[in-house]
Design a protein. Structure first.
Length: 216
């Protein structure tokens, strides 16, 4: 079977609601941050469905032993927020994945060339090949940052099929690049918007996610 990029847009009322709040230009930073946190939480919930490793065991209820499923603590789980804006999705993700290690990756986009450059890399030299990796980056626009992040991760042993990207808005240029280089990867997004303008912004999108999260 040939692998392909999977992009899920969960049809969930909470995700739709918080996306609408985030898109609204009248939403102030404190509410925008809350909306992105909620989107991080619900999209991570969806992404974890067939991704978090579990083990089958038995527990003793007050009345009798019964079969049980637990999260497998032996399999490493990592969250990689792409700074700055990926930090906005981290809190919601972290509440659902409290044992995950957090590896920050700072990428800044040159506003003229739209090329990313890395200013902070806290990734380990090598990941265990079983590691489940969840990348948080709200806006997949031209694909520059997410492709740079995937290159850093895969050269350290991360398996694309065990990787989930959680974003808020995804656009065709980024999805096409991911699809070409990382079939088997899965993206969870609140929506897909069709247009990236010549400044690299998604239209309608929600503007500059980092600026709106941090009030800058
Ligand atoms: N980054 C953002 O914050 N917004 C966009 O629309 C594109 C990239």
């Amino acid at each position: 079977m040939t692998q392909q990029l999977l992009v899920y847009v969960p049809p969930h009322p909470l995700i739709k609601h918080w996306l609408a709040v985030a898109r609204d230009v009248a939403t102030p930073p404190v509410l925008f941050r809350a909306a992105i946190t909620e989107l991080g939480r619900w999209l991570t919930y969806e992404a974890a469905r067939d991704w978090l490793p579990t083990l089958e065991t038995t527990v003793e209820s007050p009345l009798a032993p019964c079969p049980a499923t637990l999260i497998d603590p032996q399999v490493p789980v990592a969250v990689v927020p792409i700074l700055r804006a990926g930090l906005g999705l981290l809190e919601g993700a972290q509440t659902l994945l409290p044992l995950a290690k957090i590896y920050h990756l700072g990428l800044v986009r040159n506003e003229e060339t739209l090329e990313p450059s890395c200013y902070l890399n806290k990734l380990p030299e090598k990941f265990d090949s079983e590691t489940r990796v969840l990348i948080t980056d709200p806006m997949l626009a031209t694909g520059g940052s997410i492709m740079a992040a995937m290159a850093e991760l895969t050269k350290r042993g991360v398996e694309p099929a065990l990787t989930r990207i959680v974003c808020v808005v995804a656009a065709p240029p980024a999805l096409q690049k991911l699809s070409a280089d990382y079939p088997g990867l899965t993206v969870y997004s609140a929506t897909i918007d069709g247009v990236v303008n010549d400044k690299g912004y998604i239209v309608p999108g929600l503007g500059d996610a980092g600026d709106r999260i941090f009030g800058t």
